[in-house]
Each structure stands twice: as C-alpha cells, then as structure tokens.
Design a protein around this ligand. Structure first.
Ligand code: NAD
Ligand code: IPM
Ligand code: MN
Length: 361
C-alpha cells in the first residue's frame, strides 16, 4: 500500500519523538512492502516563530490532503505569554477542528514489566485495561465567546454542545465497547451542569440501539476517585472534552508514565490525527531522554485505524512490549534490574526487535 503521511513535530520533545515514529514506519514499510511518503509541516510555537501563526494555512492544506497525520506535541514557556490566538495550543485545537476530529480514543493498558513504575499497588493496576473516548471538538475548548470582560475583571468560557455532537461521540463509544468487553461508563456532572443532563439523556436514548452493552453513569468527581481506587472496573469511558483531558492524564498513572499513552483523533470516515497524550515536556526537552513509546504506539494506532493495517500495528505493539519486557526503559519509568536508556536508543531497540521478529512479516 502507498500512503502519504504528514508529520507535525511541534515543540519541545515533539521535535525529538517524531523521529521515532518515522523510524518504526520505515521499518514497517520495508518488512511489509508498503510505501510511506512523509512531509513535515510547522504547528504550535515553532510555527509562531517561523510563520507568525500557530497554524499556518499550508499546514492545514497538507493535513487535509494527507492519508494521516502524526503530531508530536505543542507548547512551551517561550510562548506562554502570547495573546490567546497566538498560543501554540490554539494551533492544536485548530487542526482538530479543521479536520473534524471529534473522537479522541485514549487506550490505557499497562505492561506487566512496568507494574512497579506506578505509585499504585500492583494488584490494583494489574488488570486495568480501559479506553477513554473523549469528545474533542466541542465543550469549553470551543465555546464562544471566550474572553475577559469589564476591564479584565470578569471572564467567560462557554460550555456549549449540540445534541448531534453528543450523539456521534456516544455512538463511537458504544461501537468501541462492542469491540472490547461491552461495558460503557458515561462520565458527566449531571448533578450540576445542563450540558451533562443532555449528555445523560442522549446516552439513555442511544443505549436501546446497543442492548449488548452495559451502561453505567458516573459523576466525574467520583470517576476520578474510582479510576485509581479500582481501575479494573472500567472498560470504555465516554466523556466530554475537558473531563476527558483531565481523566486521561490521571489514568496514565496506571501505566507508570504519561510517556506511555498514545491517542487517535478520528472522524467518522477514518481520517485521523495521531499523537501522544502528553505535552511538549519543557522540563526535559532537548536532552534526548523523553519516552518515545507513546509516540510509537500512536503510530500503531494510525496503521490500525486509518490504514486497516492490523498486523503491522500489532508488529509495533509487540516490539514495544518485548523491549519493555527485556527491561529497557527511559528515565520516567522504573524497572528493577532494568536498563535505563535514552530516546534514540529506546527507538533503536524497538526497530531492532521489529526487524528480527518473525511476527513482523
Ligand atoms: P506535559 O505532558 O508536557 O508534561 C507533564 C510531565 O510529564 C512533565 O514532568 C514531563 O517531563 C513528563 N512527560 C511528558 N511526556 C513525557 C515523555 N514522553 N517522556 C518522559 N516524561 C514525559 O505537560 P505540561 O508540562 O503540563 O505542559 C507542557 C506544555 O505542553 C504546555 O505548553 C502544554 O500546553 C503543552 N501540552 C501539549 C499537549 C499536546 O500537544 N497534545 C498535551 C499536553 C500539554
Ligand atoms: C491534550 C492537551 C491539549 C488538550 C492542550 C494542549 C490543548 O492537553 O491533548 O490532552 O487539552 O486537548
Ligand atoms: Mn491533556
């Protein structure tokens, strides 16, 4: 198969880990006889520096023409004081909106070897395997107007959803639950927010279309607690944009590091952007110590969701698991008697395993 991929490295460690994605894809191309072509474009703070905007028009055009997009991360202290429309994060929100990527899938599955990296008790983390389905193009992030008023002394952010926006993400979550363990937890704040009441109403209506899926409603504060008290009770969690953002960083603690969580941002026709859940990690940027596995695993999600390449995706996932099993890890993780290594070497190890393993052919 021939596929054209746009790479958006972005800022901070995004610039370092994007190379890891490309390296595993080049290995996949060779092993499986595919042709992947790459085109790199600017987004975030880097784009502000180079083009005066966090989302240049040419980046949007290239992404729209590509078969899939891979993004590193955006943001950093250098751009924190810019006006809102110039912030790197606006570039990320802009590309999600431009591409219509309303469904953000964030799988959270720990590796046995990394159980000791989580501050939680091993027996709690052991059986956890969940998927957060986060609404990505609505809610507080996109409400209008978002502004300061009355000489900066009052502010407004608007949490706005239309019924159809809730329906499509809830459908996606039910469909995802069917491919897993048929359990859906809808997380909201229906005891306070009108938007959550509509959200709950939609879930109740939709569940009649999916009688094989068990549905549970949970308030977000309780969900945050249960996620670390008993994570194994969750299969698929569906929630609005902001709650999903917060709960996914929390859930990363189960895996030992934010550097382990990949994500897929999709619309209904399979077009997608793939990026780690973590940010640009300014505290470790430029040191070649970032964990590249969230980026590498995002690449596997791209192969599976956008290209229908299941075997190829599994090849990458198996290689990651194997390398971790051998004890290799970056500084953010802890493995007793393991081998601490850097971003480049960790990537080499994954590629090396892929090249040697018969499962990858
Ligand atoms: P962050 O996710 O960048 O970092 C949080 C902590 O996790 C840091 O201590 C960091 O060193 C660590 N970490 C994150 N990824 C890691 C990796 N791959 N390997 C090892 N350690 C890793 O969040 P933050 O510090 O709150 O935000 C920094 C910047 O990133 C901000 O500008 C924020 O807006 C932006 N951000 C961007 C994205 C994105 O592009 N998708 C996501 C989150 C935050
Ligand atoms: C994420 C990030 C972004 C979000 C920021 C950088 C806009 O935290 O992808 O999780 O909140 O969606
Ligand atoms: Mn986030």
């Amino acid at each position: 198969m021939k596929k054209h991929i746009v790479l958006l490295p972005g800022d901070g460690i995004g610039q370092e880990i994007i190379g890891s994605a490309r390296a595993v894809l080049e290995e996949i191309a060779e092993k499986f006889g595919h042709t992947f072509t790459f085109e790199t474009h600017a987004i975030g703070g880097t784009a502000v520096d180079e083009h005066g905007t966090p989302l240049p028009e040419e980046t949007v055009t290239a992404c729209k023409q590509a078969d899939a997009v891979l993004l590193g991360a955006v943001g950093g202290p250098k751009w924190d004081d810019l006006p809102s429309h110039l912030r790197p994060e606006k570039g990320l929100l802009g590309i999600r909106k431009e591409l219509g990527l309303f469904a953000n899938l964030r799988p959270v599955k720990g590796f046995k070897k990394l159980l000791g990296s989580s501050p939680l008790k091993e027996e709690l983390v052991e059986d956890s395997d969940l998927l957060i389905v986060r609404e990505l193009t609505g809610g507080l992030y996109f409400g209008t107007p978002s502004e300061r008023q009355e000489n900066g002394q009052s502010v407004v952010d608007t949490l706005y959803y239309e019924r159809h926006e809730i329906e499509r993400i809830v459908d996606k979550a039910f469909q995802s639950a069917r491919l897993r363990r048929n359990h859906l937890t809808s997380v909201d704040k229906a005891n306070v927010l009108e938007s959550s009441k509509l959200w709950r109403e939609v879930v109740e209506e939709k569940k009649t279309d999916y009688p094989d899926v068990t549905v549970e409603h949970m308030l977000v504060d309780a969900a945050a607690m249960k996620l670390i008290q008993n994570p194994a009770q969750f299969d698929v969690i569906v929630t609005e944009n902001m709650f999903g953002d917060i709960l996914s960083d929390e859930a990363s603690v189960l895996t030992g590091s934010l550097g382990m969580l990949p994500s897929a941002s999709l619309r209904s026709d399979g077009v997608g952007l793939y990026e780690p859940v973590h940010g640009s990690a300014p505290d470790i940027a430029g040191q070649n110590i970032a964990n590249p596995l969230a980026m590498i695993l995002s690449t596997a999600l791209m192969l599976r969701h956008s290209f229908g390449m299941d075997e190829e995706a599994s090849c990458i996932e198996k290689a990651v698991e194997e390398v971790v099993d051998l004890g290799y890890h970056t500084k953010d993780l802890k493995i007793t008697n393991g081998i601490e290594t850097n971003t480049t070497n960790m990537t080499h190890k994954v590629v090396e395993y892929m090249s040697q393993n018969d499962a990858c052919s």
